[in-house]
Design a protein around this ligand. Structure first.
Ligand SMILES: Nc1ncnc2c1ncn2[C@@H]1O[C@H](COP(=O)(O)OP(=O)(O)OP(=O)(O)O)[C@@H](O)[C@H]1O
Ligand SMILES: [Mg+2]
Length: 364
């Protein structure tokens, strides 16, 4: 097992992180050098700026980062849901080795319903308030799996029971408004998992819920995916939530992955000053972290204002002169395993040396 490399359009050699599970189970999703642009006064703004990662069957990958770091746009691009004026201007998204960015409308619809499902922050955005819960689940089962209504109904009741809804048979007739926020999110999990998708993307599924309900909903999600080989991408701005649920974590800042590793590595030995700051906001670390990083000083990058060097440098207490002029690449951390990478020239000098191809792509 090791690094695998492939040639991207334009001759760039990408460095893909491979972990044990992928080697064993095969890569389900592969994202390479993905760029999502918005028009800006200065020309274009790379809201997602060269993101590369993969998800194996059964693997749980977390994406964490402050508001505006490009988490949602990354998964929206994977799902081909970026809306105008945003565009996917380059990159590769492969699912089961098929080129998602070239799918036609019908293939895309089939793929979305059957192979990949999404759970959003606000359950009401995916539930129809005027339609009974039972019908919303059975419709999905009938459309995507082609099973007949009576069987779909039985399966829907079973799904509602599995996500912990008591008196499921009777609740099938309720409208979404009759459910609490946490219960609605359980219904969304039931709908999302109804067709046994191979990849489940959850974008801040618990942010709108109180802490106790958050934990319950994540438990339900855990139960629903742990008995299958479903790959999961879980997005949150809360490293605590992500580290409890995920095998591997990608830390995003200003549209790029600035650190990645196993959940244990990211929480146990965060390397990027930004990751340390995120962690500091939830934990008291043993090693000394500059006081002003306890809450992340300064504001996240504004659209269209990427500085010349590292985008985090203006907020970073560890920044040296070169950080303001040289854009660090995501490089493997020497001596660690292949899942581990950081884009900081202070903690990994190689990040400054791999400057021809920054944006999360490594040329080592
Ligand atoms: N419709 C839009 N028009 C212009 N810029 C946009 C638009 N949508 C997103 N962006 C830009 O893309 C950046 C990333 O947005 P994204 O929604 O992916 O952030 P996020 O990490 O999911 O944040 P949050 O935690 O708030 O959900 C934003 O900071 C913004 O600059
Ligand atoms: Mg978001």
């Amino acid at each position: 097992m090791g690094q695998s490399s492939s040639t991207l359009p334009g001759g760039t050699r990408s460095w893909t992180l491979v972990n044990r599970k992928e080697a064993k189970m095969g890569v389900l999703l592969e994202v390479n050098d993905l760029v999502v642009d918005f028009p800006a006064a200065s020309g274009v703004f790379h809201a997602v700026d060269g993101v590369s990662f993969s998800v194996a069957a059964g693997e749980r990958v977390g994406i964490v980062g402050e508001s505006g770091s490009g988490k949602s746009l990354t998964v929206q691009a994977i799902m081909r849901l970026v809306s105008s004026p945003g565009v996917i201007s380059s990159g590769v998204v492969r699912f089961d080795d098929e080129d998602v960015l070239s799918f036609g409308t019908r293939t895309l619809q089939r793929w979305r319903g059957h192979q990949v499902a999404m759970i959003f922050q606000d359950p009401m955005s995916s539930l129809n308030p005027l339609m009974r819960i039972g019908l919303q689940i059975t419709e999905s089962l009938e459309t995507h799996l082609g099973i007949k209504r009576s069987d779909a109904r039985k399966r829907a009741v079973e799904l509602l029971r599995q996500v912990g809804i008591t008196d499921a048979e009777a609740r099938m007739n309720d409208f979404p408004g009759a459910f609490s926020g946490g219960m609605r999110q359980r219904v969304c999990i039931a709908i999302a998992t109804a067709c046994a998708p191979r990849l489940l993307i959850a974008d801040e599924p618990t942010t709108a819920l109180d802490v106790t309900v958050q934990a319950q909903v994540l438990d339900v999600l855990d139960t629903m995916v742990s008995e299958s080989d479903t790959g999961v991408i879980l997005i949150s701005h809360d490293l605590g939530v992500i580290s409890n649920f995920c095998d591997r974590i990608l830390v995003m800042y200003a549209g790029r992955i600035v650190e990645q590793g196993s959940a244990a590595q990211i929480v146990g030995s965060p390397q990027h000053p930004y990751t340390r700051a995120l962690l500091r906001s939830i934990l008291k670390l043993a090693d000394p972290i500059p006081e002003r990083l306890r809450t992340i000083a300064g504001a996240p990058l504004l659209a269209g204002r990427r500085p010349a060097g590292c985008a985090f440098a203006p907020r970073c207490p560890m920044a040296v002169e070169e950080c303001h002029t040289t854009d660090p690449a995501l490089v493997p951390l020497l001596g660690e395993n292949e899942t581990r990478g950081v884009a900081c020239g202070v903690v990994a000098p190689a990040a400054f040396q791999a400057v021809e191809s920054p944006k999360g792509v490594n040329t080592l």
